[in-house]
Design a protein around this ligand. Sequence first.
Ligand code: HEM
Length: 155
Amino acid sequence: MNLAFVNNGSKIMGIFQKQILEHQKYIDYESNESTDFAEAYFKEMKKLENEPDFGGFGMQQLKNICFDLWSAGMETSTHVISWGILYILHHPEVARRIREELDSKICGDRTVTLDDKHKLPYTNAVINVFPDPYKFKPERFIDSGGNLKKIEEVL
Ligand code: HEM
């Protein structure tokens, strides 16, 4: 395994440790709702506090899971975003249509949120995975009425 990855990996474990311990201070164990994964994990850990190594829900395991999620999610997401931007830069017509959609559907200078998703069929089509991947053609996701097609595997 790449040495830089191993060295940086142990630094990252230290960062996780610090954040986990900080987060642990503010957990409401009385509430059944959890605001994130670590909180749900700690509640499970508390239920199993009398088991050896918390029944497999120990601190080291939590750090390992955070590392898995971070490593699985980080490179993949940054690469997809970088490639997406690159494709858009090479297709100014697509960039223009995204811009027009955002200007007409999002009022003012605010941040776009997930709640806006249904208003932005073209922008959604640009960021979706697609069949025939060698052609950059977001229109394939728009139906004849100008709406985003419903595709099972896309959230
Ligand atoms: C655009 C971004 C992403 C791409 C392209 C991607 C791609 C993949 C692929 C191809 C697999 C293997 C699926 C299989 O063979 O069964 C996978 C698995 C996985 N991904 Fe992602 N991923 C992305 C984002 C993320 C994010 C953000 C996370 C976590 C925060 C994540 C966590 C995982 C995990 C935990 C697995 C293993 C699932 C299992 O086998 O149980 N991924 N991902």
